[in-house]
Structures are given as C-alpha cells and as structure tokens.
Design a protein. Structure first.
Length: 529
C-alpha cells in the first residue's frame, strides 16, 4: 500500500516539475506528462505493464468530468457572448463536418473500412480545451476579433458532440447495431440539456437562498453536484458531458458566494485531472508498436490539420463575415488532446476490434497535434497579424482579477455640485483617493490643497481599484459597435428606477458618469441593478 502511495506522490511531483520546466524544453507541459507516463510504462525505465483499458476508461472519464465542468465554470459569458454563436456553430456543426471529411478521406486514401474510418473521425473530431486553454494563457496570446473567446467556447463545448459521435460509432461497430441511433441522439441532447440546467438551477438556489451549505463546505457541495449531474444525465441516457458544461457555464456566471475560492479549487482539481489523463495515455502506450502505425497517423494528422479542420472552419465562418486570417488561425488552433484519447480508450474498452490500432493512432496524432500545432500557435498568430497588444486574454476567464495598483478616475463637476467653488483640502474625497489634476477647458492644473474647484471642471483622482463583494448586484457590460448603448449618452438610455451606471472603464481611465456622458465603443460599463 505504502509503495503505491509513494509512487503516486513521485509521479505527481514529477508532473508538477515538468509543468514548471516546459518552457525550458520548448514543449507544452501536457506532452511532458505523456512522456512521464511512457517513462513508467512497459517500454520505459520502470517497466510497469498497464493494459487495463476498462480501469483507464473509468479514471479518465472521472477526470474528463471535472475538465468539462471547469471549462464552462471558468468561461466569462460577458466576454464570450458576442462570439458565442460562431463558437457554438463550430462546436456542433463543425465537429460533424470534421468527422465526416476525416471519415471520407480515411476510406479513400488509407483504405480503412468505413466503420473504422468513422470511428477515427468521431474520436478525433473535437478540439481539446485543456491544450487550448494552456497555450492561450501560458503564452498570453491576446487575439483580435474575439478569437480567443471563440476558441475557448468551441474547445470547451465540442466534446459532447464528439462523445455522441463516438457512441454512435461504437454502437454501429458493436452488436447493438444502428436501429436505436435516432432515439439515442435525441436522448443525448434533450436529457443532457435539461439535466445540466436543472442541476445548475438547484445548486444556485441551495447556495444563494438557503443555509444548507455551511461556510467552508462550498467546494465539497460543488463536487457533489458535479457528480450528481454526471450520474443523473448518464442514467437517463443523456449526454453527461453536455450537462456538465452547461451546468458549469450557469454556475460560473451566477452570483454565488465564494466564487473565487471555487475557481481556485477547481483549477487545482482540473490540473490534477489533466496530469492523470495524459499520464495514463503515456502509461497505456507501447512505443515499440508505434513505428508501424506512424505512416497512417501522420496521414491522419495531415488530413485533420490541412483538410478536415480548415474545410469546417472556412465553410462555417466565412459566411458569418469572419476574416480569412481569423479563419486560418482558428483552423490551425484545432488541437487534439485528452478528450480524443479518452474516447479512443472508451472504444477499446467496449471491445471494438479494428484492423488498425486505434489507441496508438490517436496517441500519435495527439502527440503531433499538441507538440507541432500547439508549439507553433503563437508563431502563427503573429504571422497572421492576429495578436492584439491592447487586449488581455486573461479577461476572458472568470478567474481574472484586476491588479491592485492605483487607477485614475475622472470626475466632472457640474454647476451646483457641492464641491463647486471649494478648495481641494475642504472637500471629502473618497477614502484612499488623491486629487492630482484639474482639466479646465484646455488648461491642466496640478492640484494643491489651496486649489479651488470650479463649476464644469474635470477632476482627475488617483484611487484604489474597486473590488465588489459577492452579494453586490454589479454587472460588467462590454460595449462594441453593435451594442445599442454605443455612442449614446446615459440620459438617452432610459434606464429603469432600479438601474444605475456606476462607472465606465475606458482604456486605463475610470470615469464617474453623469447624464451627458457618451458611451463609446470599447468601454466597459459597470451597472448596478
């Protein structure tokens, strides 16, 4: 017993060190996790023979459960909403198109049977959220035109469709046949959506409206709800991964208490889940068997990267007026990873016998995809001029927090204001703030204690950033050119009696608004409801 525990501890520590050293080796950390698994495997140093695909399926399914939930939980809907339609089209129709093109070309070029081709296409049809998230965040890829949000939503939400295609392929290849496929698809979608929404709604009600969950037990309660969502959807024939993603989206963008604590907790759980999946993938592999499948695997890499994925992206996004450069970058960012390998393990565990070695084909494709595509993604973004130096990719995630450095606030002094015609030293400034300048017409005045504030002055204050508490009903709204508030004054918005625009963030400046303040493209408007 103690020997197993010691081994697990050593493996986790090695993976943590590998993650820290990934930049030194020039490889994504996820690839290093796979190499550590190979190191412990039958062809490695430690010669551990592990070929129990049923056990691996159980362990990887549990890990993927948390990865899927956190993919939704950590997605900031306010940042993703403008591009959500494009991302959802990619994560649904795009997955089907990718699978179809891959199936066709595997049949024609690699001479696989159609069912083997379909199984390969289904398993490899989705992009990997863990790989995409890791590269965007680690490399700080701030992309133009909401491209980062498109990739985040697509990679986080396309696994349910790939899982459904994989289950269909397993059913057709197995003894159950294809007679119940239509019913299975309907149950997967409808039950998956309903269960995800119901569990999210129940969780929000129990946390926010009752005293059932004691302080300190939030994380344990949330784990229980994740397990309940997965189990209930599966028992009713629904798509459990779809339920988890929807549940995560709703919970992560609701006003529940201790959200930052939950995000930190699930971030750690998801990291451990990724280590588990990629380590097991490496442990299950037999490197001495790989040379014979490398030609087929490389051909599938070319099919996916240069044909199937671009066909799906260009066919779906060009009609939506996406730029060609954006389509090229999204095509290249279709990384394969944990989910594809887990689905391949499911197929092997189901007893599907193929002429070709499905698991090692998917293993090799994943290795090339994460190493080659993932490693060159920052280069591709710069070459296509899709990097936005004024954006911050961290803001597209729910765990983003503003730095605690001081910020500037602009405050207009209208006629009749109680600060009007008073000295700076005599007015009650907000706690922690400092008046540093007055804009008076074309004149800029450095303030002192004796400086008199006059009507129609604009006072520039240095203030600490505002961090709302969990129970305050504040909402950030990102303004773009299509937003109905763009280029309107606050007085023209017709806000309700229970609504107030508290402040406007414009670039690095914080503006206290009044009725004549004009809202511009690129503003972040903070609304109190």
């Amino acid at each position: 017993m103690t020997g197993y525990v010691l081994g697990i501890a050593i493996i986790i520590i090695l993976c943590i060190v590998a993650e820290k050293c990934s930049d030194i080796f020039g490889l994504p950390a996820l690839i290093l996790f796979m190499f550590i698994g190979m190191l412990f495997g039958c062809d490695g140093i430690f010669k551990i023979r592990f070929d129990d695909f049923s056990l691996a399926e159980t362990a990887c399914s549990i890990a993927l459960m948390f990865i899927m939930f956190y993919g939704g939980f950590n997605t900031k809907w306010s940042a993703a909403k403008p591009v959500a339609g494009k991302a959802i089209i990619l994560s649904t129709i795009g997955v089907v198109v990718t699978a179809a093109v891959t199936t066709l070309l595997c049949c024609l070029l690699l001479r696989m049977t159609w069912i083997e081709s379909f199984l390969v296409g289904a398993v490899l049809s989705s992009t990997d959220a863990a790989s995409v998230f890791a590269i965007l965040r680690r490399k700080k890829l701030n992309l133009k035109d909401g491209t980062a949000s498109i990739l985040e939503i697509e990679s986080g939400s396309n696994d349910p469709v790939a899982y459904m295609l994989t289950m269909i392929a397993i059913s057709v290849a197995g003894t159950s046949g294809a007679e119940n496929i239509v019913l299975m698809i309907l149950l997967q979608i409808l039950v998956g959506i309903v269960v995800g929404i119901l569990i999210a709604f129940l969780s929000i009600r129990l946390i926010s409206r009752t005293n059932l969950v004691s302080d300190g037990l939030d994380t344990i309660f949330m784990i229980a709800m994740v397990l309940l969502c997965f189990a209930l959807a599966g028992m009713l024939g629904g798509n459990a991964y779809l339920s988890l993603y929807l549940c995560g989206i709703m919970l992560g963008n609701s006003r529940i208490g201790n959200k930052h604590t939950l995000i930190s907790f699930f971030d750690g759980v998801t990291s451990l889940s990724q280590i588990l999946v990629f380590f097991l993938i490496g442990l299950l592999s037999y490197p001495h068997q790989m040379p014979q499948i490398i030609p087929a695997a490389l051909a599938i890499v070319v099919i996916l990267t240069l044909v199937a994925r671009p066909v799906a992206v260009f066919a779906l996004l060009l009609p939506l007026r996406c730029d060609v450069r954006q389509c090229l970058l999204i095509s290249w960012a279709g990384l394969r990873g944990a989910s594809s390998s887990v689905f391949a393990i499911m197929a092997v565990a189901a007893g599907i016998h193929m002429q070709h070695d499905l698991f090692h084909i998917v293993f090799t494709v994943t290795l090339f995809s994460v190493a080659l595509q993932g490693g060159l993604l920052p280069f591709a973004a710069h070459r296509l001029q899709m990097v936005d130096d004024n954006a911050d990719v961290q803001k597209t995630f729910n765990d983003y927090q503003e730095e605690t450095a001081l910020q500037l606030m602009r405050m207009y002094i209208p006629p009749g204001h109680n600060w009007s015609n008073r000295k700076v030293k005599d007015v009650a400034m907000p706690h922690g703030s400092l008046a540093i300048m007055i804009k008076r017409g074309d004149e800029s005045i450095i303030t002192k204690g004796e400086t008199v504030i006059k009507p129609e002055d604009t006072l520039i204050l240095s203030v600490p950033p505002y961090v709302p508490s969990e129970d305050e009903q504040l909402e950030e709204i990102m303004i773009d050119k299509k937003h109905p508030w763009c280029r309107k004054t606050i007085g023209e918005l017709g806000l309700g009696e229970d609504e107030l625009i508290a402040l406007i963030v414009r670039n690095t400046e914080t503006i206290i608004p009044y009725g004549r303040t004009v809202i511009l493209d690129g503003d972040t408007v903070v609304v109190y409801r």
